[in-house]
Design a protein around this ligand. Sequence first.
Ligand code: HEM
Length: 529
Amino acid sequence: MESLNQNLMLSSSSFFSIPFLLTTLIAIILAATLFIVRNHRKLTTTAGSNSPPGPWKLPIIGNIHQMVGDQPHRRLRDLARKHGPDVMRLQLGELSCIVISTPEAAKLVMKTHDKAFASRPRLLAADLVFYGSKSLTLAPYGEFWKQMRKICTLELLSAQRVRSFRSIREAEVSDLVASIARAAAAGKAVDLSTMLPALTTAITSRAAFGKSQQLTTDRAFQVVFDNISEVLGGFAISDLYPSLKWLPALTGLKARLEKLRKASDSVLDRIIDDNRSRKSSATTAAESKGDDEENVLDILLNLQESQDAGVPITMDVIKAVTLELFMGGVDTSASTVEWSMSEMINNPRILHKAQQEVRQALGDDRGNSVDEASLHRLKYLDMVIAETLRLHPPGPLLVPRENRERQVELNSYVIPANTHVIVNAWAVNRDPRYWTEAERFVPERFVDRSIDYTGNDFQFIPFGAGRRMCPGVSFGTAVVKLTLASLLFHFDWSLPAEQKSINLTECFGATLRRQYALHLLPTQYCSVL
Ligand code: HEM
């Protein structure tokens, strides 16, 4: 959603904040003193005989100091290798966590005990920005979440609905292609790290709110959106110490969240008012739809009016859900396209093969833009996308779960109620026991293996699995595939003169983005201007 998925994905950005580091520093000094007094502690501990193993922890801060760093998915994988390969226990402040790092353990959490672990931890940001956790991603497991999930899968993100947004995708991708063509004609490199999120923002905003509300140029909304993504990235220090009720005020987080809520409220109120006045002034049903297909906001407002959604669709619910779908749709797809292009540029054989497939399948008509109806023929491109999602899942740690109701027995371990569960999908997708040369980008590995995004292949979980798995798979993959096919069909790609290869360093935030902007030189293959 932060990328909400994601965009609501667990990220590390707040581990770097100054208040966080200061508080951590003071706590570390206190803790270190206590630690020296008890220096006979073992380096790997088990809290009780039935508790999963975990690294040694300091009093007060637990294992927080071991999480400081910019690659938490890698740190967690390394810690797990040493202290708990399947299931590892961590203490983050007052929170008890377990970290899941293998397909077997992921299956236990997201299939065998899926229902018990289907809740989400309480986050201050969810309460203050997402209207009291009224969004699907952050809602605790229960009746409200079940009804909203139904609405989401049957109404907002169903395969049929995603198909109905086809003209939006095609129009926006063809605008992107036209602007890249202008750069190509001028012999200039393009910055795909800026262009791709702008594209996915435009597509998602039209699907969520309609063309007349297109927000791509709306600076106010962009600022709100970026801020929410940042705040939702990672555990805020106050979420790690929920008993210290004064902490959010002290760290300034509460004030910041309240300000964000006001800002997002004013943007969403304006959009909803516009939508209503457009409807009431329209004289025909066709007019009331505006210039796009029925959008997500229209559907939610209709459900509110008809009162048969199973739960009250209040204005807060409408705002929380539109905001989260907007956030979920933007960064996840953009970063997938960016990583695909990066990997292909570093592997010219793969780039050439994917490009040949697209050009052969879509014909040699140099005036044509890519037609979505032909995309099912692109089997190799499907493998490229799957391999990208395996190595660079936008949500490497999924969205944290919690067994809010009761204790669970996981293998032989007892997991007490209210334990946070972090599933390291990034580590699972690279488990060397299941993937040959797991760190290499090899799309052909999917020739003899079906590409399964349904959450039934626990060795490959870029969209999560179980009850809480991503409901935006069709929406996301449709955007990714059309964009990649168009980039490959219309242009040949190379590195700017001074560059030898693409640096693949990751930047962990709301989603797992590239650390450095992706600048590439396009050469036009088809005439698109
Ligand atoms: C390449 C694209 C995408 C990827 C890789 C992705 C990945 C994920 C992941 C890993 C989760 C957490 C699953 C879990 O906790 O088990 C998630 C949840 C979610 N995603 Fe996506 N996502 C993508 C696109 C989208 C899009 C386009 C939307 C909506 C427009 C969306 C909406 C959501 C929502 C609402 C949830 C929360 C579900 C719940 O908690 O019940 N995602 N996504």
